[in-house]
Design a protein around this ligand. Sequence first.
Ligand code: ZN
Length: 229
Amino acid sequence: MILSWLIIVVLILAGTYYLMNAREIQLFGGITSHVDTDEKVVALTFDDGPTDKTGEILELLDTYDATATFFLIGKEMEEHPEEVAQIIEAGHGIGNHSYSHKRMIFKSPSFIEKEIRRTDALIRKAGYDGEIDFRPPNGKKLVMLPYYLYKHDKDTIMWNLEPDSEFTSVEDKVRYVADHVEGGSIILMHPMYDGSGKEMKAVEGILKELSSKGYTFVTVKELKEYEQD
Ligand SMILES: [Zn+2]
């Protein structure tokens, strides 16, 4: 008896853990980790910030004629309004990455609502009028967050290539993306708090490698339009 209860508890915990981190499924609403297309288009996505690294990132994107999507943190937007304006001005996509970057699992509905609404309001105040997708802090979501997003018609944007989770060297990160990229890939990078400059080098390497393979870099919103049935 005790053993069967134990098995049930372990199964529930394993299921919860799986669901919390899953990139392809969630309980409610749309979730996108990539787009199915034969076209050579990819979306480069940057999480966190904005920080004073923004100008450097925008210059790099400009060099490769690339547009990207920035999932910004509300609190950081308040501290770096000029950087937000620069991102919008350059025509990139902006997504909501919560206000305080606290994990949004086992949190109350009012906490979730406040985090998302506050950040959406900052994005609108900055003059961005595109659709605002959401990316969960640390990619974690369970029940209440997907439910809120579903109720408010917001898509959850995940990714299918995240070199930072598996590699530390610039070369390995670039090679991993170059080897695994496909039309419709969504790539996650973190150049905003890049003290060593290594992440920026990795972003540059990816822009260079993928451009030479004939890929174009578009926003997540544009990428979704390539979805084939
Ligand atoms: Zn983040």
